[in-house]
Design a binder for this molecule. Structure first.
Ligand code: NAD
Length: 342
């Protein structure tokens, strides 16, 4: 009963594709495969209906198991869920993008994906899927040989994905096929220039831009560009450094944790909420989708409940003033400097 009531309080936001996305989702990055089925099952039980995965997280098969268990037990039906996955860098070329979209949809055990994102705006040399359960800024596990870039423009990758889109509420039929199995398309880690370029040729418009976003990296002009283009922004790593401490990221080590930042703690005390809920509400109150990750049922529930209270304008502004353009998920640095994207 409680689950149903929290689920119904999560706003549904309309995408360019005509489909709705639940404003709060559950992120899967760095959840070990052996914990993922349980985590996804418990997230659904807690009331999440939107799950954010990726080929690169190496846990899609297990996520699908968690979904099937929830469906088997009658908690949800497939139609209640919004499932996102992402195309990794080594599979941008026409043939490989098609292969990856099929492989990833099959891995989840689903007939369709609600949203498929280009994970990074960078193409790297193909690695046969049979060789690659670690996707790969690098060619080797010891991270000495950077995977070379591949000469594939984003326009090629986008056109391939367009051909896999199923006809839907707002999808023009000449570009989509009745055998399509992707409902909405989007991009991740793109800047405004790339969005302008993409929208100059896209026949299926991008529905979502997923980017790192928290008070230390607020990116107001990128958000403005996306809004002007009708693209919904999803914020990832909304707790800022928190997710990167376990990766021993020096930028994360050397900064005050956002969960302890003064304006966040002050608003949390006034509202009798947790700092994590305040950080999520700072995003959702500005119209962003959030996808926090936790494997602990109490935190899952806490994080999901981030649309049912309001920060004051002064609290919003005080939290925004923490902005310092500090990015944690920068492969040019956090993954040992393979490529310089940002
Ligand atoms: P996050 O901001 O959700 O933070 C996760 C960390 O915060 C974990 O250490 C967790 O234990 C801790 N935490 C979670 N809830 C908490 C709470 N209530 N109180 C205190 N600590 C809490 O970080 P994330 O996993 O990097 O981002 C969320 C999701 O975004 C990912 O799981 C993934 O799905 C997506 N993502 C996408 C990209 C991309 O390139 N598109 C990159 C990173 C993450």
């Amino acid at each position: 009963m409680r689950t149903r009531s929290i689920t119904s309080k999560i706003p549904q936001l309309r995408l360019a594709s005509g489909y709705n996305i639940p404003q709060v989702g559950f992120g899967l990055w760095k959840i070990p495969p052996e914990q993922t089925a349980n985590a996804v099952y418990h997230a659904i039980k807690a009331g999440y209906r939107h799950i954010d995965g990726a080929y690169g997280y190496k846990n899609s098969v297990e996520a699908g198991e968690g979904i099937r268990r929830a469906i088997r037990e009658g908690l949800v039906s497939r139609a209640d869920l919004f499932i996102t996955s992402k195309l990794w860098n080594n599979y941008h070329a026409r043939r490989h993008a098609i292969e990856m979209a099929h492989v990833e949809t099959d891995a989840w055990g689903l007939d369709y994906l609600d949203l498929f994102l280009i994970h990074f705006p960078i193409a790297q040399q193909y690695i046969p899927l049979s060789e690659s359960r670690f996707p790969s800024w690098y060619l080797d596990a010891s991270r000495t040989r950077v995977t070379p870039r591949a000469p594939v423009p984003i326009s090629e990758t986008w056109q391939v994905l367009e051909s896999l889109v199923a006809p839907g509420p707002e999808q023009p039929s000449p570009t989509t096929t009745s055998s399509g199995f992707l409902r909405s398309l989007g991009v991740s880690n793109f800047n405004a220039q790339l969005l302008y370029d993409l929208t100059s040729h896209a026949r299926v418009p991008p529905s979502v831009l997923q980017v790192e976003h928290h008070p230390y990296l607020a990116q107001p002009s990128l958000l403005r560009a996306a809004r002007d283009l009708g693209i919904q922004v999803t914020a990832y790593s909304t707790f800022g450094p928190q997710s990167f401490l376990e990766l021993d990221n020096p930028r994360a080590r050397d900064v005050v944790p956002l969960l302890q930042a003064e304006p966040v703690v002050r608003a949390a005390a006034r509202l009798r909420r947790t700092p994590a809920q305040v950080l999520l509400r700072w995003c959702t109150q500005r119209g962003l989708v959030v996808i926090p990750k936790s494997v602990h049922p109490d935190r899952m529930a806490e994080n999901l409940d981030c649309c049912s209270f309001d920060l004051t304008v002064e609290e919003m502004d005080a939290i925004s003033s923490l902005d310092r353009g500090l990015r944690f998920n920068d492969p040019g640095m956090t993954h040992g400097s393979p490529l310089h994207i940002f």
